[in-house]
Write a protein that binds this ligand. Structure first.
Ligand code: NI
Length: 177
């Protein structure tokens, strides 16, 4: 398994709409392992493929409590089929926007259809942290970030801060050949 570098705000890749996964094969399973490893290393509870630079409609998450056994889950081509009218306020953060947290209101429950690593279609009715996490990660597949739900003023402050950080950051090492 390989820990992959995370794409950070304001990288334009984060605004790209990801493409459906066409085939669940060994390559994809290996990539899913890398994503899970990268998520645990960060550490985070969810990660979309685009956050490691792959514009694929795929996400991993693990919303198990600290005292519970690890429970990594992989969602391929996820699609929200239904959203509850009831809404929930949750503090969210994002591995692509490190050390920034804000409360976001979203539907409290969602029904999500997805393909599993078994290549089969599944449907999950999610609530609580799983519902929030799934919606946050599915947003990534559509180029949407949780800061998009904040006021323009708050969002501008965050974006400006990360633009400045990116300028101060040395460019990533590139391998030639
Ligand atoms: Ni995120």
């Amino acid at each position: 398994m390989t820990i992959r570098p995370l794409i950070l705000l304001p990288d334009p890749l984060l605004r790209q709409v990801s493409k459906p996964v066409e085939r669940v094969d060994d390559n994809l399973r290996k990539f899913a392992d890398d994503m899970v490893e990268t998520m645990y290393d960060a550490p985070g509870i969810g990660l979309a493929a685009i956050q490691v630079g792959e514009p694929l409609r795929m996400l991993v998450l693990d919303v198990a409590e600290k005292d519970e056994p690890k429970n990594p889950q992989v969602f391929i081509n996820p699609e929200i089929l239904a959203r509850s009218d009831e809404r929930n306020l949750h503090e969210e953060g994002c591995l692509s926007i490190p050390d920034y947290y804000a409360e976001v209101e979203r539907p409290a429950e969602v029904t999500v259809k997805y393909i599993g690593l078994d290549g089969k279609e599944h449907v999950v009715e999610a609530n609580g942290i799983l519902a929030t996490c799934l919606q946050h990660e599915i947003d990534h597949l559509n180029g949407v970030l949780f800061i998009d739900y904040l006021s323009k003023l708050k969002r501008d402050i965050v974006v400006r801060k990360f633009k400045k950080l990116a300028k101060d950051r040395p460019p990533p090492a590139r391998m030639a050949g």
